[in-house]
Design a protein around this ligand. Structure first.
Ligand SMILES: Cc1cc2nc3c(=O)[nH]c(=O)nc-3n(C[C@H](O)[C@H](O)[C@H](O)COP(=O)(O)OP(=O)(O)OC[C@H]3O[C@@H](n4cnc5c(N)ncnc54)[C@H](O)[C@@H]3O)c2cc1C
Length: 431
């Protein structure tokens, strides 16, 4: 019997599970399928992107400006930038163990571009994207691939040149690699995943490298930015293969869904959990059994039950299924109390849940579970709802990631907090 059951297989659940397993606990993780983690862009925002150049300043204001943010929930001091960075390095080491490299530099964030043409800072980001850091890059080429219609390399190059001020000169190049496995009949209607698989296939990276060399025609550039197509499994290995033929540094752009970087992160998170000895169970949790103030088991949709001593809920928000929303957000498994902007959702009418200012945080999207300093969900009086229940990740209140970003930072920090709290509840110490 596992001591700890984690429900949810996004970054928060996987990181909670790894943290508890590394403390020596028996951990099982039940998850229905990929959710928000799998569509994220490739950056793991420990602080919101707009605050990335001064993380200490933002963290210092947090308790005053967003008192129920998960970093300060329960009245704790916010983490120092160095503590956030140390947690990200611990995560990066585990992910590197399953082949996914992150660049962690919270105090000197990379300045990277997205396929939308936006540029932004990222303190923690996949290495395949960080390699395109525009700091200090003099000349940049943005490569488009005919058939990948959503990537307009000319528009991206123009946006980079315009937004970077005295930054790099950027120009567009069009590649036309004949990639293995890309059927001529679909070559005009490609998607990132098909291309990524074709590029990592035998000979694919080399053909992409040749296409880059030929498109540049000997022109010297510091880096070639590509859509996120450097394979689904081993972006750094594929990148090295492309570079060895192209003779120039290549990197990927941040990518909105469908996002190969998000997909890689989700797969690697699950792989790192398996590697740490976590038992992964595929299935949907339909109910949670309790006895007085304790959770005693989770019930799977098929009727199986899994007993546990500690339960970690990492079920995400609307995308993951951790919250359902009709007229009002609801936590479906335990009916946990939900809050938004420090106010109980139950006390708000449907109109109060929508902010009419387009660029204001949306109460509906920021709704979630509030916790004490240990990560235990609390009621309106701040008292834990159950003694052995912990929550982490996007399920928590106060983060409207659509506007402010910062979702994977919350998943990392609160996932670790839940894993450590689970260890304490079992009487062992965690790293
Ligand atoms: C389009 C998009 C782009 C984003 N880009 C960024 C970004 O660039 N940087 C950043 O920091 N953040 C980004 N975010 C936010 C970030 O992705 C999320 O905040 C984060 O991934 C949440 O992780 P999580 O583990 O809490 O939840 P999720 O990844 O949503 O995982 C929830 C898990 O719970 C499981 N689950 C739920 N209910 C049940 C049940 N009853 N039984 C079994 N399993 C269940 C789901 O199947 C899933 O495995 C983005 C979000 C979106 C939507």
């Amino acid at each position: 019997m596992p001591e700890v059951v984690v429900v949810g297989g996004g970054l928060a659940g996987c990181w909670a599970a790894v943290t508890a397993a590394r403390a020596g606990l028996q951990v099982a993780l039940v998850r229905r399928g990929p959710a928000a983690t799998a569509v994220s862009s490739g950056a793991l925002d420990l602080v919101p992107p707009g605050e990335a150049t001064d993380p200490g300043g933002w963290l210092g204001r947090l308790a005053r400006e967003v008192p129920d943010h998960p970093y300060v929930a329960g009245g704790v001091e916010p983490p120092a930038p160095g503590e956030l960075e140390a947690e990200a390095r611990r995560l990066a080491a585990e992910l590197a163990g399953v082949g996914l490299r992150l660049r962690v530099a919270l105090l000197r964030p990379a300045f990277v571009a997205a396929v939308t043409g936006q540029t932004r800072h990222a303190g923690v980001v996949l290495e395949s994207i960080a390699a395109g850091d525009l700091h200090g890059a003099g000349r940049v080429a943005v490569a488009g691939i005919p058939g990948l219609l959503r990537v307009d390399s000319a528009a991206i190059a123009a946006a980079i040149a315009e937004r970077s001020g005295d930054g790099p000169a950027a120009r567009a190049v069009v590649l036309d690699p004949a990639l293995p496995g890309v059927d001529e009949s679909v070559a005009g209607d490609l998607d990132d995943a098909t291309l990524a698989r074709a590029v990592e296939a035998s000979g694919g990276a080399e053909m992409l490298g040749e296409a880059i060399a030929s498109a540049l025609g000997g022109e010297a550039v510091d880096v070639v930015l590509l859509p996120a197509v450097l394979g689904l499994d081993d972006p750094d290995g594929v990148r090295a293969r492309v570079e060895s033929v192209a003779g120039v540094r290549v990197a990927e752009l941040l990518s909105p869904p469908p996002s190969a970087p998000g997909w890689r992160l989700a797969r690697a998170a699950e792989a790192m959990a398996r590697r740490a000895g976590v038992e992964i169970v595929t299935g949907s949790v339909a109910g949670i059994r309790r006895a007085e103030r304790r959770v005693v088991a989770v019930e799977a949709a098929g009727g199986d039950t899994l007993s546990c001593e500690v339960l970690v809920l990492a079920t995400g928000k609307y995308l993951g299924g951790g919250l359902t929303g009709d007229r009002r957000p609801r936590e479906p498994l335990l009916g946990l109390p939900l809050f938004t902007g420090g106010v109980a959702v139950d006390t708000l009418g449907p109109r109060d849940l929508v902010e009419r200012t387009r660029f204001g945080p949306q109460p509906f999207l920021a709704a979630g579970v509030r916790t004490d300093a240990e990560g235990r969900p609390v009621d309106g009086f701040g008292a834990p709802v159950l003694d052995n229940l912990l929550a982490c990740g996007a399920l928590l209140a106060a983060v409207d990631t659509t506007l402010r970003g910062g979702g994977l930072g919350v998943a990392t920090w609160t996932g670790a907090r839940a894993g450590r709290a689970a260890a304490r509840l079992r009487g062992v110490a965690a790293a």
